[in-house]
Design a protein around this ligand. Sequence first.
Ligand code: A3P
Ligand code: MG
Ligand code: MG
Length: 380
Amino acid sequence: QEDHEDESKVKNPRSDSKPPLTLPVAPPLYDAPFPFYRRPAEMGRFSLDAKRCFHGDARQMRYYVPPPAEGPSPGFDLRDGYRDRYVQRDDSVREGLDHLLQWIVENRKQLQTEDKGKLLNADFVTWRGHLTKVLTTPYESREGWLLAVTLFRGTLYISEFETEAARREREQRSEMLKELTYMGYKFEQYMCADTPDGIPDPTGVVNTNEAFCTVIRSRLGSHSLLFSGEVDCTDPRSPSPQPPSCYVELKTSKVMHSPAQRRSFYRHKIIKWWAQSFLPGVSRIVAGYRGPDGSVVGLETFETMKIFKLIRDDRGCWKPAVCMNFCAAFLAFLKTVVTEDNPKLVHLFAWNPGHPVSYTVHQDSQYRFLPDWYVEALSA
Ligand code: A3P
Ligand code: MG
Ligand code: MG
C-alpha cells in the first residue's frame, strides 16, 4: 500500500555539493544521549470558536475539574449525546498553517529579529502535531506522512498534507470509529468547566470546531522552533501555575486488564501521548479508561516527565532520546535540502514505514501552502 507512488521518485538536485537525498529512520541510528531541548515558553494564545473563527485571545480556555468522588468510577457515559448533541468539525477542509499564520501576523512585532535575512526569530514554524509525528517516526509501523516545507524570509515552514491512505481511511471510517472519536471529546466535557470556579456541564453540546491553542517557543539542539498546539484545559489549582506546565492533556483509552495489555499500551500508545505533551511542556496527562459499554471505569494521571521511567526497563520499548535525536536530524536534513527562499516553492517530504524519508520538489503547485495574505503581510 504505497502512497503517492508517482511522487516518491527523488529528484536529483543539479548543484555540485549535493545534499543527501534521503534520511534513514532506524532507531539504533539515533540511540545517543538526549539532545538539548530548551524549556518550552508560551509566546501567546489564540482560540477557534464554535464556527471555527479565529480570535487572538484565550476565550476557549477550559478549566480542569477532576470528579469530586476520587472513586474507581466517576460514572461518565462517553456515548451520551453522540446522536443529538454533537457538532463535528468538517475535517475535509484543509486548514494548513492558516490559524497559526494569522497569530504570527498579529504578533509579528514581538517575533522580529535584527538579522537582515531573517524576518522571524525562529528557524521553524509548524504545528505541534506535525512535530509529534516526526518524533514518533522511528517507531511507527503503520501510518506514513507527507510534510511540505517552504523557506520564506529565513524561516522554514512545515505543513502536513494528507496521504492517500489517510484520506481513504477518513472517507471510509466506520460508525464505530466515529463514535470512539466522539467519546474522546465527550471525556473532555466531563472533565472541564468554562470558568476557573465552574463545574462541568455534560448536558451541553460537544462542538469540535472549538479549540484553545498555545503558541510555544523552544529550541532543539541548534534549531529554534515556533509551534502551536491545541490544549485541552488548564488546572487552576496546578502546583506549577505557569503556562504551559499548568496545562492538562486529556486522553481516553480502553481499560486494561493484564500486564501484557499494559505493556502494549506503554510500547505503542503512550509514546504518542508523551511526544504530544513533552514538546509544548504540558506536564500532566489524565487518562480516562473506557469500559466496553462506553463508561469511564477509572482515571489515571501521568506526569509527562516521568513517563520514561515506565518504559526504560523494557528492552523492546521506545526511547525518548531516539525520538528527539531523530527530530533534530530531520530538522537538520530540512535545512540542508531546502535552501531557496521562495514562498511558492515546496519540498514535499514523504515517509512510509519501512523506508527512509525522501522528497520531491514542486514549484507553484497544489502543495503551495503559504497564502498570499501572509506573504504580503510579512513583506510590508
Ligand atoms: P482521545 O485521544 O481521548 O481518544 P487530543 O487527545 O489530542 O486532545 O484529541 C481529542 C480527541 O480527538 C481524541 O480523544 C480523539 O477522539 C480525537 N482525535 C484526535 N486525534 C485523532 C486522530 N488522528 N484520529 C481520530 N481521532 C482523533
Ligand atoms: Mg485536545
Ligand atoms: Mg486530549
